[in-house]
Every structure is written in structure tokens, then in C-alpha cells.
Design a protein around this ligand. Sequence first.
Ligand SMILES: *[C@@H]1O[C@H](CO)[C@@H](O)[C@H](O)[C@H]1NC(C)=O
Ligand SMILES: *[C@@H]1O[C@H](CO)[C@@H](O)[C@H](O)[C@H]1NC(C)=O
Ligand SMILES: *[C@@H]1O[C@H](CO)[C@@H](O)[C@H](O)[C@H]1NC(C)=O
Length: 223
Amino acid sequence: MPVVPLLCLAALVGSAARATAQEHLLWFQQPATTLIETIMLGNGRLGAAHFGVVGNERFALNEDSIWAGSPYDPANTGCSAFLGQAREIVNGGSWQEAQQFLNAHCMGTPESQAAYQTAGSLLLNVSVSANSITNYRRQLDLNTAVMTMAYTQDDVDYTREAFVSFPAQVIVVHLSASQPGRHFLNASLISPMPNNVTRATANNIISLTAGNSPGGGGPSPQT
Ligand SMILES: *[C@@H]1O[C@H](CO)[C@@H](O)[C@H](O)[C@H]1NC(C)=O
Ligand SMILES: *[C@@H]1O[C@H](CO)[C@@H](O)[C@H](O)[C@H]1NC(C)=O
Ligand SMILES: *[C@@H]1O[C@H](CO)[C@@H](O)[C@H](O)[C@H]1NC(C)=O
């Protein structure tokens, strides 16, 4: 069961975070349209790429253990029997022949590595009015590794913050507004992977399970 991302989603309404002067910022004045423009957050195991679309927010999620196929050992134990012969060819100066000989007898099994796969996405459908959105900005503070996005609509200042905690091993998303009772949203988890199932397991808790796909001609997939 490789996929069960743990998400902590806190939707609180309070005062918007005050902007502080920061020196090391990566910032954008529009939402990301491709993965390369997202703000990427992570703790070495969990990753979240933030897109920053006001009405249809998305965090693309990663977890370290989610790969194609199932666990396998690519060590080619038969190689040692050919090592002496390979050395003789190398010492004889026939580089190309040595390369072909090693390719035939000493490469990993399977030869290619299985692919890293997605844990799915957290979607936040946030209600927006027809009026214009101003003061849009999203930024990553390189000192704190906290993403902050802000915008104004209908005289309300909205803020989204996210970070990935290493000690707690969670992805934290925090939404706030400058006036109470002005934030309406639906949260969902989706996955493009086989056997994906999203459930509301309790009040305000959603869970996603999914399988992976076959790895490069090697081991069969797991769910
Ligand atoms: C959230 O879901 C409810 C029920 O399906 C729907 O009425 C509402 O419009 C949705 N809101 C947003 C912002 O998507
Ligand atoms: C969120 O919006 C997308 C696209 O507009 C829609 O497909 C999806 O059903 C919505 N989800 C919720 C939970 O409202
Ligand atoms: C979920 O799984 C189904 C069945 O394998 C697949 O057709 C679909 O593309 C997957 N992704 C989503 C987002 O439903």
C-alpha cells in the first residue's frame, strides 16, 4: 500500500498575515501554468508543488516511497564470473569490446530504473465573485521555506500559507481572510493512478488510496 499521503488542512479565518520585509524571496505575480512555475515545498520525504490559482487551487503531491513496480534488488550477481575476462579485455586496450562485454554480462537486472510516481493532488475549490482580484502575489521565503500567497477581492484580503514540516511529517496548508465568514471552499484529493479511491472518512477528513503502475518491464505493480 504505497499511497496514503498524510495531509493536514487547516482552514481558519482570522487576520491576514502581516507582510514583513524579507531579503530572500522567490515571488510571482501570477499563478503557475506549468510545474516549473510552481512553488515547490518539501521535507525530503513529502513534497507539494503549489500552483496558486485563486478559484481552483492545486498542490501536486509527492511521497518518497511511491515508485512504479514493487521493491526489487537490481544487483547482477552473475557478473563476478565475468570480471576476470572483462579486465583482460580492458588491459588489452579494446575499450569498445570491453563496454559491449560488460553491457552483456554486468548490467543491473532490470537494466532501467523504475519511475518515480505522483501521490496525486490536493484541490481546493475556492469561491470567488465576479469582481476583479487585485494585489495577487505568491512567494517562497527561502529563510523559512514558507509559501505565502495573497490577493484581495471585494475589500477582503485573502492569504494562503503552506509549508512541509520535518518533525511532524505533514504538509500544512493554512487559509485566512481579513474578515470573518468570507471563505468558502471544497477540498478534494485526486490521483491519476490506477485503483484510486477518495473517501470522506469522518467529518472534515478525506483520504486517498491508489495503486502504482508497472515498472520498466521489471516487477509487477502493487496496490
Ligand atoms: C462546494 O460543494 C457544494 C456541494 O457540492 C457546492 O454547492 C458549492 O458550490 C461548492 N463550492 C465551491 C467553491 O466549489
Ligand atoms: C473542483 O473544481 C473542479 C473543476 O472546476 C471540479 O471538477 C471538481 O469536481 C470540484 N471539486 C469540488 C470538491 O468541488
Ligand atoms: C482513477 O482511476 C481510474 C480507474 O483506474 C482512472 O480511469 C482514472 O483516470 C484515475 N484518475 C482519476 C483522477 O480519476
